[in-house]
Ligand binder design. Structure first.
Ligand code: OAD
Length: 363
């Protein structure tokens, strides 16, 4: 048994006994998807914001700074806007635990919505730092829908900054900025869950931003606490609790190994495989564009398919003429009509399947 397997064994045993997992996620679970975390020294977002000319790195998410100058946030938002990245193995592990009724809750600091895209249901997710799902004017609080927000973000006459159509105040996605309170649901849900946490998986977070960072430390002694991170963080650093399990590994490796030991590895790999055809790699898949893109793709595919069949028919007609058969005897119209009908039905079916797939992802 490898060192990692030895560390994972108590977690596997607890899950197999019916104990439920609560996740405490940070940006490190999404680096495998290609999204930088915030504080890693060279690759983290805050180390790479020089081009935004900020007085201090975290100003990009600071509400007072945003009120004066929203441009740096919107420059970054272009990169971070959900839809560009596919979930990782770690995200799919959470979904598999949900499906086998081994999940209590997912507390996440991430605004990338990858837990949702992996298929974790709304009720299980607490987005502690909000998300891009809704947007409001910071002055009059009027809501702006996502489509209008994106139009404004791409409008050069507005310098890419969404402004309220009522009062001209700046509009901001409902991401929790420094200087703002966390969503009410965070506190209510924690109140409900805190005594029920059996297995706490704290993953990919530096545990530096409060109040989220205080959750693992506030757990009672009966919770099995596990840290999966590249470095020791929070009160895991001082070996505070003997029962803690500290796994200083990549989140993806952890997801592979734990899923293997739970007998879920094939399902995990199948989800990752499906994810490739669903999301592609590094391609925008926001709900609005996806439907259009898929319609367009289907049109191109249908055109190519039809062109090939027409070419085949021409070739076949030429051949039959060459050997002296009439078109009617070799390739009659009824057959042609049936083929066209079957093709139209297949096309419609493929379109409906794709649209259902999107609906399942986003509803
Ligand atoms: P940080 O960037 O502060 O911490 C990420 C942690 O994940 C670091 O300890 C990394 O070493 C570790 N890590 C990175 N990649 C990993 C991998 N593949 N496997 C294992 N560990 C890995 O990110 P958060 O703790 O999420 O706020 O940051 C908290 C908040 O600070 C964010 O929610 C954000 C930011 O300001 C808002 O967006 C409002």
């Amino acid at each position: 048994m490898s060192q990692l397997e030895k560390k994972l064994k108590p977690i596997v045993d607890a899950i197999n006994k019916g104990k439920k997992v609560t996740f405490f996620n940070g940006a490190g679970i999404s680096t495998g998807a290609g999204i930088p975390d915030f504080r890693s020294p060279e690759t983290g977002l805050y180390a790479n914001l020089a081009k935004l000319n900020l007085p201090f790195a975290e100003a990009v998410f600071d509400i007072d700074f945003f009120e004066d100058n929203p441009k740096p946030f919107y420059t970054l938002a272009e990169e971070l806007y959900p839809g560009k990245y596919a979930p990782t193995k770690f995200h799919y592990l959470i979904k598999l635990l949900q499906d086998q009724d081994s999940l209590l809750r997912v507390y996440t600091q991430n605004i990338d919505t990858l837990e949702r895209l992996a298929g974790v249901e709304d009720d299980y997710i607490v987005e502690a730092h909000g998300s891009f799902a809704r947007n409001h004017c910071i002055k009059c609080h009027r809501e702006m829908d996502n489509e209008t927000l994106k139009k404004h973000m791409h409008d050069e006459t507005k310098d890419g900054i969404p402004t309220c159509e009522t009062c001209q105040g700046y509009v901001k996605p409902d991401i929790v900025f420094f200087g703002e309170g966390l969503p009410g649901r965070f506190f209510q849900q924690w109140d409900e869950d805190c005594d029920d946490v059996e297995i706490a998986l704290v993953a990919g977070t530096s545990l530096t931003v409060y109040p989220f960072a205080s959750l693992p430390a506030s757990l009672g002694k009966k919770s099995l606490r596990v840290l999966i991170n590249k470095e020791k963080v929070g009160d895991f650093s001082d070996n505070y609790r003997k029962s803690d399990i500290v796994i200083l590994e990549d989140c993806e490796l952890f997801a592979e190994q734990l899923s293997s030991m739970l007998g879920l590895r094939d399902e995990l790999e199948a989800l990752v495989e499906q994810s490739k055809s669903k999301f592609g790699t590094g391609k925008h898949i926001s709900p609005e564009t996806t439907v259009d893109e898929i319609e367009e793709k289907l049109k191109v595919e249908a055109h190519l398919h039809e062109k090939k069949e027409d070419d085949d028919i021409t070739e076949l007609t030429e051949k039959t003429e060459k050997i002296g058969l009439t078109e009617e005897t070799s390739f009659n119209n009824k057959e042609k009509e049936e083929k066209a009908k079957a093709r139209a039905e297949a096309k419609e079916k493929a379109k409906i399947e794709k649209l259902e797939e999107i609906a399942n992802t986003y509803l």
